[in-house]
Design a binder for this molecule. Structure first.
Ligand SMILES: Nc1ncnc2c1ncn2[C@@H]1O[C@H](COP(=O)(O)OP(=O)(O)OP(=O)(O)O)[C@@H](O)[C@H]1O
Ligand SMILES: [Mg+2]
Length: 252
């Protein structure tokens, strides 16, 4: 289970984010980047953030800590911005929070260097979860003190929008030609050799157990949140074994 906090103050929206994430202060006096259940993309985005974020962390990649944030919609009443007010009103209950990284800058391929090993691990991970949102246009990586942090895993595991076809989709290749780290010569073969054996049934059970039941309930075709947790694990397990041979890199 992720740590649970309660939002005590809405600080400001993060305008770059398409889903209008916001900065909030919580009852543990810490500041979190909050992603809302009431945002356009809905709760599946939040499930993807937890599954991929917690998996990446266990594979040794840097991801800000995740928590669940309880929200009383009353917090939105005093918001001058109508869009923010609507979002807070629609997001009562359990939302997602991630540790705010102060002083972090957005990744810029011209300003930061990344070694082929690290680039390989990140590209392999993105191929595993089919992340379509780490392109040079929108890298969704932050840099602080020379270290890369991965954020924004909402646009991954596209198969969770069509469960009957999920297992088949898992065999599809990953197009890495637009990947923000493609210019750094990612050593995907080394990453696969190191990381694929770590992606076991047990690890995926641990990762999916972190997703709150509230976001998994009432999915058509699944009787219980645990049945849906297993459905999240299966394509990832299958993909871990084969995806390194199906990564399409620029010029290959
Ligand atoms: N943990 C964090 N610490 C500091 N800044 C962050 C953090 N998470 C996100 N940000 C900032 O907020 C922006 C939006 O976050 P994020 O990309 O997760 O939102 P999104 O709505 O999913 O975005 P997108 O427009 O890519 O779909 C990031 O580009 C970054 O500048
Ligand atoms: Mg983003």
């Amino acid at each position: 289970m992720l740590k649970e906090v309660i939002a005590t103050r809405y600080i400001t929206p993060l305008r770059e984010g398409g889903s209008l994430p916001g900065l909030v202060e919580a009852d543990d006096l810490r500041t979190y980047v909050m992603k809302f259940t009431g945002a356009g993309q809905g709760r599946k985005t939040l499930v993807a953030e937890v599954v991929c974020g917690e998996l990446a962390r266990r594979l040794g990649l840097r991801v800000p800590g995740l928590v669940t944030v309880g929200l009383d919609p009353v917090l939105g009443l005093g918001e001058p911005d109508e869009q923010v007010q609507e979002l807070l009103k629609a997001s009562g209950g359990t939302n997602l929070g991630m540790d705010f990284l102060p002083r972090a800058l957005g990744f810029d391929a011209l300003a930061h260097r990344v070694g082929p090993e690290e680039a390989g691990r990140i590209v392999w991970f993105d191929a595993l979860v089919n992340n379509v949102d780490r392109s040079w246009r929108n890298p969704n990586m932050l840099v602080r003190d020379g270290e890369l942090w991965l954020i924004d895993h909402g646009a991954t595991m596209i198969w969770h929008h069509n469960w009957p076809g999920a297992q088949r989709f898992a065999e599809r290749p990953y197009d890495a030609s637009d990947h923000a780290l493609a210019p750094f010569g990612p050593d995907v073969a080394a990453a696969a050799a190191e990381l694929a054996p770590l992606v076991t049934e047990d690890l995926l059970a641990e990762v999916t157990a972190e997703v709150p039941d509230e976001w998994l309930a009432d999915e058509p075709g699944f009787d219980t949140p645990d049945a849906l947790r297993r459905a999240y694990a299966e394509p990832l397990l299958a993909r871990a074994a084969l995806i390194h041979e199906r990564i399409q890199e620029a010029g290959k």
